[in-house]
Write a protein that binds this ligand. Structure first.
Ligand code: AMP
Length: 174
């Protein structure tokens, strides 16, 4: 899906010097680009027996919700700490400086459900790893980790080697 790169904007030095930020909002806002991405993902996942999509806040919500609808599934929200109103399960994960925390509602994922976990981008893999642990803590199965963009210059895929990782496009930078 190299053609999708035309819809993605690179913003150098955001949020800090040295980071090449891959901005997928320019893909989401383009009706043709968004449709191309969803067509490809629908074809890839439609007959795979997933029970639900789980989207990671916040760009994972946009992609995950649209894809869930295409697949005839619901969408579970994996949110940053303190946003979900009900009882939650929590998973901390390491950032470059300090830690962050993801949460999911207790009962949002049913025991044995096969979950398609969605985010916009895979970098170090820490975010997907934490979200996958939440799926497993909910007694669901992580059927696949799906992102639009994979940064292959970072060891995300290695960290997540026990999972099926799917991406639409890659950049060999880190
Ligand atoms: P990681 O946990 O290192 O795999 O980082 C993945 C999360 O951070 C995703 O939710 C991305 O939205 C965001 N992210 C990390 N690096 C970038 C980047 N270079 N461009 C855009 N988003 C990024």
């Amino acid at each position: 899906m190299e053609e999708l790169k035309a819809y993605i904007r690179n913003i150098p030095d955001f949020p800090k010097p040295g980071i090449q930020f891959k901005d997928v909002t320019t893909l989401f806002q383009d009706k043709e680009g968004f449709k191309k991405a969803l067509d490809a993902l629908e074809a890839r996942f439609k007959n795979e027996g997933f029970d639900a999509v789980a989207g990671i806040e916040s760009r994972g919500f946009i992609l995950g919700a649209a894809l869930a609808d295409r697949l005839g599934l619901g969408i579970v929200l994996v949110r940053k700490k303190g946003k979900l109103p009900g009882e939650t399960l929590s998973q901390t994960y390491a950032l470059e400086y300090g830690t962050d925390e993801l949460q999911v509602h207790v009962g949002a994922i049913q025991k044995g459900q096969k979950i398609l976990l969605v985010d916009d981008l895979l970098a170090t893999g820490g975010t997907f790893e934490a979200a996958a642990k939440l799926v497993e803590a909910s007694q669901g199965t992580v059927g696949a980790l799906l992102c639009i963009i994979e940064l292959t210059g970072l060891p995300g895929r290695e960290l997540l080697k026990n999972y099926r990782v799917e991406s639409l496009i890659t950049y060999d930078e880190g």
